[in-house]
Design a protein around this ligand. Structure first.
Ligand code: NAD
Length: 493
């Protein structure tokens, strides 16, 4: 069935999903609702895709991979990516509105991501014509030429969470298009609309049918069949560590390649010599941005004891000054959590913090007065007097909650910062160059930011150490994850 899709995904109407260049319904005919987390309103219904739909999407992706897409030259894939980037630029406001309405991201922040997302597309466009193998001298008898070829891995299953639908989709689709792979994207059931809009823009840019497919549905019904599908060559997953582990198990059937961007409990270390004017707002937004629904949230704040009390006071004043509300208002700095379920989860951590003896300095409650009543809002929260063993200091909260922990020596701070199963990111605030270098070496994390946070660039690898996952997104290594290396020997004597 072909349905002409609507452009504005915020008017309560139904949106089909995108398979093989067609806008289609789930084989089961079932649908589910998606809501605006700031108001609780139903903003659209989408197909509840399942195993049969995944089958169909994987078949479409395979046909495209072996068919017309395989004849696209690198410079044609480059041109296509540049066209997509230009189209995204023209429709950027629509993309931002979709993210804000479907998952609550404040529109000012969504707009601010333009350079990052458009930059990713243009970076991958550049890389499309830079792929190459090597000629390698061998020691074999006879006259044999040996070289490597880089070939696209094939059909890529991409599974993403709700918290950054645009960036997460592009971080998966961009390298696939650059390398000549095809994609079946399974967005989060909590925020499926922007990936559908992205599919529409890709089709408009001229991406051939079947190269990018989007199947909406739940993790169990659509995600799991994709992860275990024997016709999928690689899974690229962003989400929780628990789901990442089940993806690895599901991948065993055909030993498909897997890359994982998982959860975190990232430390931020504020040294006694830090520039507090800079450190306070950056440390605060390291965790409050997107209401804490960021994998790299700097949720464990280690502060040198000599400045601890002053820092906590300034941080709390900053937290209390943040403007909270519906993200569609350009003045809003903090939007809602994604769902009532996530709200309940974060409230559980607020209770656990107090019950385990942490001192609540600011926030700590749901906000439900006036216009906030129907949404999932939590006040930016600062706990002090936190010990390393408390749940709020150990578990990923994915909410606007920061725990301040004093330290006495840098050795101690590093040891405690590294004492976590996660290793996604870390922050350091210091004016001392040697401390900056030493800590960036010693912290076990895929990204270390000194005197800044959240810096992510398409050309710089991003990813996790330890249980925050493996594989990298961004940089040359990223493209390598979508390529297979073949060794070729040709006897010429
Ligand atoms: P989640 O793991 O619950 O879901 C992520 C995606 O996986 C969703 O699309 C979901 O439908 C799907 N899924 C769930 N169960 C599945 C299964 N058994 N098989 C296949 N797919 C399945 O995560 P979430 O709650 O949507 O997102 C929050 C988590 O994502 C946090 O832990 C956060 O740290 C992490 N995250 C990590 C990064 C990163 O780059 N490291 C970025 C953003 C979010």
């Amino acid at each position: 069935m072909t349905i002409v899709p609507i452009r504005q995904p915020i008017d309560g109407r139904h949106r089909p999903m995108f398979i093989g260049g067609l806008w289609v319904e789930a084989a089961s005919g079932q649908t589910f609702e998606t809501r605006n987390p700031a108001t609780g309103e139903i903003i659209a219904t989408v197909p509840r895709g399942g195993r049969q739909d995944i089958e169909r999407a994987v078949a479409a992706a395979r046909n495209a991979f072996v068919g017309p897409w395989s004849r696209f030259k690198p410079h044609e894939r480059q041109k296509l990516l540049l066209r997509i980037a230009n189209l995204f630029e023209r429709h950027w406001e629509e993309i931002c509105t979709s993210d804000t309405t479907d998952m609550g991201l404040p529109i000012a922040r969504a707009r601010g991501n333009a350079n990052r997302v458009l930059g990713m597309l243009r970076y991958y466009a550049g890389m499309a014509t830079a792929l190459h193998g090597e000629t390698i001298e061998n020691s074999l008898p006879g006259d044999i030429v040996s070289f490597t070829r880089k070939e696209p891995v094939g059909v890529v299953g991409a599974i993403i969470p709700w918290n950054a639908p645009t960036a997460a989709s592009i971080w998966k689709i961009g390298p696939a298009l650059a390398t000549g792979c095809t994609v079946v994207l399974k967005p989060s059931e909590e925020a499926p609309l922007t990936p559908l809009l992205i599919a529409e823009l890709m089709a408009e840019a001229g991406v051939p049918d079947g190269v990018v497919n989007v199947v909406t549905g739940t993790g169990a019904e659509a995600g799991a069949p994709l992860a275990e599908h024997m016709g999928v060559d690689k899974i690229v997953f962003t989400g929780s560590t628990l789901t990442g582990q089940s993806i690895v198990r599901a991948s065993a059937g055909n030993l498909k390649r897997v890359s994982l961007e998982l959860g975190g409990k990232s430390p931020v270390i504020v040294c006694a010599d830090a520039d507090l004017e800079r450190a306070v707002p950056v440390a605060a937004m390291s965790v409050f941005a997107n209401s804490g629904q960021i994998c790299i949230a700097g949720s464990r704040l280690f502060v040198a004891r000599s400045i601890h009390d002053e820092f906590v006071e300034r941080l709390s004043a900053y937290a209390a000054s943040l403007r909270i509300g519906n993200g569609i208002d350009p003045e809003t700095e903090i939007g809602p959590l994604i769902s009532p379920r996530q709200l309940e989860r974060v409230e559980g951590y607020l209770r656990a913090g107090s019950e385990e003896g942490a001192r609540l300095v600011t926030g700590g409650t749901r906000l439900s007065h006036g216009a906030l009543a129907a949404g999932n809002f939590i006040a930016p929260t600062v706990f002090a007097g936190v010990s390393d063993t408390m749940r709020i200091a150990r578990e990923e909260i994915f909410g606007p909650v920061i725990s301040a922990l004093p330290f006495d020596t840098l050795d101690e701070a590093v040891r405690r910062a590294n004492d976590t199963p996660y290793g996604l990111a870390a922050g350091v605030f210091t004016r001392d160059l040697a401390t900056a270098h030493q800590l960036s070496r010693r912290l076990q994390a895929g990204s270390v930011w000194v005197n800044t946070y959240h810096a992510i660039d398409p050309a710089v690898p991003f990813g996790g150490y330890k249980m925050s996952g493996y594989g990298r997104e961004g940089g040359g290594e990223h493209l390598g994850e979508y390529l297979s290396t073949k060794g070729v020997f040709i006897r010429i004597d």
